[in-house]
Design a protein around this ligand. Structure first.
Ligand code: ATP
Ligand code: MG
Length: 137
């Protein structure tokens, strides 16, 4: 993940690279641990790649929020549905990576859509991003 702009900015950049409108909403009152940010970023990248490749959607959305000790990332699209972690390596890999952090992934994707992938990662937010260049060096 490009560290200098945080998870919010990194996800915004991913969304801009998708060839359809992706609405990004971020409600985070702090900064997750770097490893959790990276896992969430990786997940959004894979799920948005799927939107482009498979969904036929007209629009998509990403929501990042934090509640009750869980970083929740939701990626949705209004496409054809039919997403399943059983059919490829992408979604299954996201699930495995989240599980390594005691996180979860839920895929809801009925025929006709919408597809909604909800990912939760337990963590604590810190109030301030620690700059790599801070300290007395
Ligand atoms: N947003 C989506 N809309 C519709 N179908 C989807 C969506 N995301 C995934 N799928 C379906 O679920 C399958 C599994 O997705 P997954 O990401 O695991 O594999 P993949 O994208 O086919 O291959 P890769 O291993 O390169 O990611 C896809 O092949 C596709 O059929
Ligand atoms: Mg994929």
């Amino acid at each position: 993940m490009p560290a200098e702009r945080g998870l919010d900015g990194a996800v915004q950049a991913l969304a801009l690279a998708v060839p359809l409108p992706v609405d990004v909403g971020v409600r985070l009152a702090g900064t997750p641990p770097a490893a959790v940010e990276s896992a969430a970023y990786f997940a959004v990248a894979e799920v948005l790649t799927n939107v482009t490749k498979h969904s036929g959607a007209r629009r998509a959305w990403v929501r990042l929020s934090f509640d009750n000790g869980l970083l929740r990332t939701v990626v949705g699209d209004d496409g054809r549905g039919g997403a399943t972690p059983d059919a490829g390596t992408g979604l299954a890999g996201v699930g495995r990576r989240l599980a390594a952090f005691d996180g979860t992934m839920t895929v809801t994707s009925p025929p006709g859509g919408p597809t909604v992938v909800t990912m939760e990662l337990p963590c604590a937010l810190s109030s301030r991003r620690t700059s790599p260049s801070s300290g007395t060096g």
